[in-house]
Design a protein around this ligand. Structure first.
Ligand code: FEO
Length: 171
């Protein structure tokens, strides 16, 4: 079954949103690197790899379905931060936005009775649940422990341990 044109274009735009996410999280890593919080910086550098993986999965899926992929311009992240909590809150807000965009893709696939694309998006729906939980936990941890130097040090050590594991292709 050929991919519905509107669904294809929207998935193509989702590639751009995932690449923007990577770009955004690079700026978060830069902020924490500058602050001397290398664990937080590491956590976001791993997240950059996750976002690139999401973009690559969507690209592969479109190519495999004979859709001509277009690499759109990536916007410049425009956030500036004045404390260590703000990037974490911006990350949670951003992931909620990405969840909405994945849900929109799912709605289009459902409307087109495209069960194959819905299967692909099932993986992304689950992934977004994890991404929102991670982002929310980081906000809560910072609020609970970040005001204390030892607490912040321990959090930074914890985030230093995060390593990237490439997701397996969901299709
Ligand atoms: Fe690819 Fe963080 O959503």
């Amino acid at each position: 079954m050929a991919l519905d044109a509107k669904l294809g274009d929207t998935l193509n735009e989702q590639i751009n949103r995932e690449l923007y996410s990577a770009y955004l999280y690079l700026t978060f890593a830069d902020y924490y690197e500058d602050r001397g919080l290398k664990g937080f910086a590491n956590w976001y550098m791993v997240q950059v790899q996750e976002e690139l993986a999401h973009a690559k999965i969507l690209r592969r899926y479109l190519l495999d379905n004979d859709y001509q992929v277009k690499m759109l311009a990536i916007a410049q992240p425009d956030k500036t931060f004045s404390n260590d909590l703000e990037p974490l809150e911006a990350g949670l807000e951003h992931e909620r936005y990405i969840t909405d965009s994945i849900n929109h893709c799912y709605q289009l696939a459902s409307d087109a009775h495209d069960f194959r694309t819905m299967q692909l998006l099932d993986w992304f729906v689950k992934e977004q649940g994890e991404e929102e939980t991670n982002a929310s936990d980081m906000v809560k941890n910072m609020k609970l422990f970040g005001g204390d130097p030892k607490g912040l040090y321990d959090l930074d050590r914890e985030y230093q341990a995060r390593v990237f594991t490439a997701p397996t292709m969901p299709m």
